[in-house]
Design a protein around this ligand. Structure first.
Ligand SMILES: Nc1ncnc2c1ncn2[C@@H]1O[C@H](COP(=O)(O)OP(=O)(O)O)[C@@H](O)[C@H]1O
Ligand SMILES: [Mg+2]
Length: 470
C-alpha cells in the first residue's frame, strides 16, 4: 500500500490509538494494519471499558464505533471529549448518513468513516493525521523558540507591524527626551513606554506612571509639579509632584489629552526646557527626565477643536510609536497565546497548557476590541477554568461564544465543485419537500439532469462512501 510507506518511516514518536468496538474482529483488523508503526493500538469491546481505557491511556486518537450497545455513539463521543478535548475521535459507522456525519463533526469529532473500513483511505487519513500532528509539535516547539526571539522587554510580536514597532523602540530609546505612544486601549502603550525606559541609558532610574485621567482638574498642577507649604488651602507641607518623582528616569503620562488647557503651557515648558515650578514657589527647578506620553485619541482632531495646544501637539508628536490593533495583527495570535498560556500556567501551577483546535479557531475569529489586554484576560480565565491540559471551548468565557461566528471549517471549505453542487441540490430538495420537479425548476436544470445527478451520487456512494460530507 503506497500510503503506508510514510507511516513506516515515522519512528520518532508512537501515538496511542484506542479502538472502541463491540466487534473483536474490527479491533484485530486495526491492530493488524497499524500496530507497531507510528501507533500503539489498544482495544475495548464495550463503552464503559472504552471510557476507562481512554481515561487511562489518554490516546491521541480514538476510533469509535457509532453503534454500540447501551449508549449512543454521539454520547460516547461527548464523554470522551470531556475526558480530554485534545483527543481526535474518528467515528466509524455501519451505514453512512449525512445527518450523523454533520452531527459528529459539530460535536467535535475529527472525522467520520464507514464500515467496512476503506483501507486505502483509512491509511491516507492517518497519514495526514500524523503529518498534522508532527507539524503541530514542530510549530509548538518553534513557537516556544520564537517566543524567545520575538519579544522586546516583554512585548511579544513577530508580524511586520510589531517588528516595525520593535525597531522604532530600539532606535528611539537611547536618544529621546519626549516620545508619544498611540494606539487603542489595551494595545500595549504602557508596555511600550516601559520598553523605552528599559532600553534607555538609565534603566535603573524610576519609571513613574501618571494617569492624567485620574487627576481632578483643580489639583492637576500640584500633582504634576508639586507645591510648597501654604500654596493653597490644605497645602500643609511641601510636596513634590510626579515630575520630580521621575527625576533621573521616565515619566509616563497616560491619557495625555486629559491635561487641562490651563496646565498645558506649563507642560510645554517642561518638555522644552526640563523646567518646573512648584505651585506657590517662584523658584525654577531643572529636572532631568524623559517623558513618554500616551493617548488612544486623535490628537490632531483635539487641536482642531481647541482642546489641545498646537505647540504642545507638535512637541509631543515628533517621535511617535504607533501600536497596531490586535485585529490588524492576527499573525501574532499564536505567539501571544503561547506567551499568556505559559505565564498563567506558571501562575496557577499547572502543567504546560495548550488550546484545542476549536478554541484556537474561536480566538482567531473573534474581533478583540479590547486588544491584548482582553486576550490576556480571556486566556487567564481559561487557564483558571480548565480541568485538563487542553483548553477547549467550554473553558472560554461565555461572551466569546456569543460574539464569534466561527468561520467554515477545513472540511466545509475543501470540497469539490461536484460535492458542493450535490449539497446545494439536497438543500433545495429539502426545502421543497422533496418535490423534484420544483427543485429542478429552482436549480434551472432539467429534471433529467437532476435525476442523473442523484443516480450518480448513489453509484459513487456505493463504490466509495464519502468519509465526511457536511
Ligand atoms: N505585545 C505584547 N506582548 C505581550 N503582552 C502585552 C503586549 N502588549 C500588551 N501586553 C499586555 O497587555 C496588557 C495591556 O497592555 P497595556 O500596555 O497596559 O496597554 P494600554 O496601555 O495600551 O492600554 C498588559 O498586561 C500588558 O502586559
Ligand atoms: Mg494603559
Amino acid at each position: 500500500m503506497s500510503s503506508s510507506a510514510s507511516l513506516r518511516t515515522q519512528r520518532a514518536k508512537v501515538y496511542d490509538l484506542v479502538v472502541v468496538d463491540d466487534d473483536p474482529a474490527q479491533i484485530q483488523l486495526v491492530t493488524d494494519i497499524l500496530d507497531g508503526q507510528a501507533f500503539k493500538i489498544h482495544g475495548a469491546n464495550d463503552p464503559q471499558a472504552g471510557l476507562d481505557l481512554v481515561a487511562k491511556v489518554r490516546p491521541a486518537i480514538v476510533l469509535l464505533d457509532l453503534v454500540l450497545p447501551g449508549i449512543s455513539g454521539m454520547e460516547l463521543l461527548e464523554r470522551i471529549l470531556e475526558i480530554d478535548p485534545a483527543i481526535d475521535v474518528i467515528l466509524v459507522t455501519g451505514s453512512y448518513s449525512t445527518e450523523s456525519a454533520v452531527e459528529a463533526i459539530q460535536k467535535g469529532a475529527y472525522d467520520y468513516l464507514t464500515k467496512p473500513l476503506p483501507l486505502e483511505r483509512f491509511h491516507q487519513k492517518l497519514d495526514k493525521w500524523l503529518a498534522d500532528a508532527q507539524a503541530k509539535e514542530r510549530s509548538q516547539a518553534l513557537e516556544s523558540e520564537l517566543l524567545g526571539a520575538f519579544q522586546l522587554e516583554g512585548i511579544v510580536g513577530r508580524g511586520p507591524a510589531m517588528l516595525e514597532v520593535f525597531s522604532k523602540i530600539r532606535r528611539v530609546a537611547p536618544h529621546f527626551h519626549t516620545a508619544l505612544v498611540t494606539g487603542e486601549s489595551g494595545t500595549g502603550k504602557e508596555s511600550a513606554a516601559k520598553a523605552l525606559h528599559q532600553l534607555s541609558p538609565n534603566p535603573s532610574g524610576p519609571f513613574v506612571v501618571c494617569n492624567c485621567a485620574a487627576i481632578p482638574e483643580n489639583l492637576f498642577e500640584s500633582e504634576l509639579f508639586g507645591h510648597v507649604r501654604g500654596a493653597f488651602t490644605g497645602a500643609l507641607q511641601d510636596k513634590r509632584g510626579y515630575v520630580e518623582a521621575a527625576s533621573g528616569g521616565t515619566l509616563f503620562l497616560d491619557e495625555i489629552t486629559e491635561v487641562p488647557l490651563t496646565v498645558q503651557a506649563k507642560l510645554l515648558r517642561l518638555l522644552q526646557n526640563r523646567e518646573i515650578q512648584r505651585v506657590g514657589s517662584s523658584r525654577t527647578a531643572q529636572i532631568d527626565l524623559r517623558i513618554v506620553a500616551a493617548t488612544n485619541r486623535d490628537l490632531r482632531g483635539l487641536v482642531a477643536d481647541g482642546k489641545l495646544r498646537d505647540d504642545l501637539y507638535y512637541r509631543l508628536s515628533m517621535i511617535e510609536v504607533r501600536l497596531p490593533r490586535l485585529a490588524d495583527r492576527r499573525e501574532d495570535l499564536p505567539l501571544l497565546e503561547r506567551h499568556f498560556l505559559d505565564r498563567f500556567a506558571a501562575r496557577y501551577k499547572k502543567p504546560t497548557l495548550t488550546l484545542s483546535r476549536r478554541a484556537q479557531a474561536m480566538i482567531s475569529s473573534y474581533a478583540w476590541p479590547g486588544n491584548i489586554r482582553e486576550l490576556e484576560n480571556v486566556i487567564g480565565y481559561a487557564c483558571m477554568m480548565t480541568e485538563s491540559d487542553t483548553i477547549d471551548l467550554r473553558d472560554l468565557p461565555d461572551y466569546l461564544h456569543a460574539n464569534v461566528s466561527p468561520g467554515p471549517t477545513e472540511e466545509e471549505v475543501l470540497v469539490s465543485m461536484r460535492n458542493m453542487e450535490l449539497r446545494h441540490l439536497h438543500r433545495v430538495l429539502e426545502h421543497v419537500g422533496g418535490n423534484r420537479g420544483k427543485a429542478a425548476e429552482i436549480l434551472e436544470i432539467s429534471r433529467t439532469t437532476l435525476y442523473r445527478l442523484l443516480e450518480e451520487e448513489k453509484r459513487n456512494a456505493k463504490s466509495s462512501p464519502p468519509s465526511v460530507q457536511v
